[in-house]
Every structure is written in structure tokens, then in C-alpha cells.
Design a protein around this ligand. Sequence first.
Ligand code: ADP
Length: 230
Amino acid sequence: LLILQDKTEFELLKKVKEDFITSVSHELRTPLTIAKGNTQILKDFMKDNQFTKQVTKIEESLDRIENIISQLTLLSKAEFGEYELKKELINPTTLYNEIVKDLYEKIQEKSVKLHFNCQIQSIKSDKFVLYTIFRNLLSNAIKYSYDNSDIYINFLSEQLIIKDEGIGIREEEQKRIFERFYRGAEANNYAKGSGLGLAVVKYLCELANYKIEFESKWMVGTTFKVVFYR
Ligand code: ADP
């Protein structure tokens, strides 16, 4: 057992943890890339036969591992203040279109209707940070929506609001949703996930000095709001 005597020791331990996550992530990426590449070859080669379903499952699982690794790396970087924020002019509509392309399969699967309303031409932010916050929140809105329901996305000059009419978050779970690896008790019945998405969103909002808040009612829906301070 390590007894932490002062801040320096604590900082050192944090650094060890960050280095550990970074190197493990790095080591995992190579075999993962090989596995993904070969799965793709298998899939192309087999076309449609009785094993297509199994290979697709392998592919999905590899994508999930890749996603967990990216989010963990990002979290440890952000936590250690090693991520350097850029100031770029971003067009929210272009950003939204990129995210929708990225989430295309999920959107199709659920047949959700997205209503996007944008009132500004540009926003000054770090593209990667804004993309990740926006993507994770929209991805959740889709994941936890009922089939065929509506999702409203409003990009205003000072805030981004994403409103869904999905399963909502139980009151007793609301204080825990930003914790790492925390998943709602019923989340698994609706979608796969790692419980890292909102932890990443929270860290990135802190980093960029944005405020994040939400309102939710079980079985009714959830609204997330990101307030930009500029
Ligand atoms: P994941 O979605 O991988 O479980 P997140 O960190 O993104 O992880 O979210 C944590 C939990 O918060 C989810 O498991 C779910 O219970 C709840 N949650 C997040 N967004 C929504 C939403 N839009 N509607 C309902 N529940 C949500």
C-alpha cells in the first residue's frame, strides 16, 4: 500500500497511471489493426454465407474495443492537462453533417428523425473537442431513443441543445452518469456501450471551459445543453 504524503507523490502516481494507459493503448492498437484488417478481408472474401453474421459480430466488437481505447487515451490526456486546445473557426452545420455520416448506421437502425437547426455560421473552438462532445451526446440521444422518434438539435450562438424523446434517466441515476464506466441499470437493454462517453464529454467541457447540464425524465426523454463561454 502506498501512502500518499504530499501532492508531488500524488502527481507522480497520476503520471504513472497516464503513462500506463498510454503505453497499453499503444500496444493494443497494432494487434487490433491487424485483426480489423483481416476481418475485413474475410468479409469481402466470403460475401454472403452462413458465417457473415459471426464475422460482422467480430467486426463490431473490434470497433468497440477501438472506441474504448480512444476514449481512455483521451481521458487520461485531458486529465493530465496534456491536451492543447486549438482555436479554430468551425462551421457547426459542416460539423453536424460529419457526425451524422459517422453515426449513419445507428440512425438507420433506429429510424430516428433528426431535426437540426443552426443559427450561426461559425464558432471558435477546438474542432476535435467540439466534435467529440457533439458526437457523444448525439450518439447517446440516438442510442437511448425509441424507434422512429424525433431528436431536436439546436446550435445557437452560445449553446448546443440536444433533446431526445427516449428512455430518459432515472432520478436516482442522474448524479452518476458522468462517472467513468457508469452505465444506467437498463442501458444494456437499449444499446451497447462502455460508460465512457459522458465522462469524456465532461472532461472536454471542463477543458474548454464549457458548461454542461441536462434535464431528464424517466420514460419521457432527455435534454443535454452545452453552454459555450466566449
Ligand atoms: P454509455 O452510453 O456507453 O453507457 P455514457 O457515459 O455515454 O455511456 O452514458 C452513461 C449512462 O447515462 C448511460 O449508460 C445511460 O444510462 C445514461 N444516458 C446517457 N445519455 C442518455 C440519454 N440521452 N438518454 C437516456 N440515458 C442516457
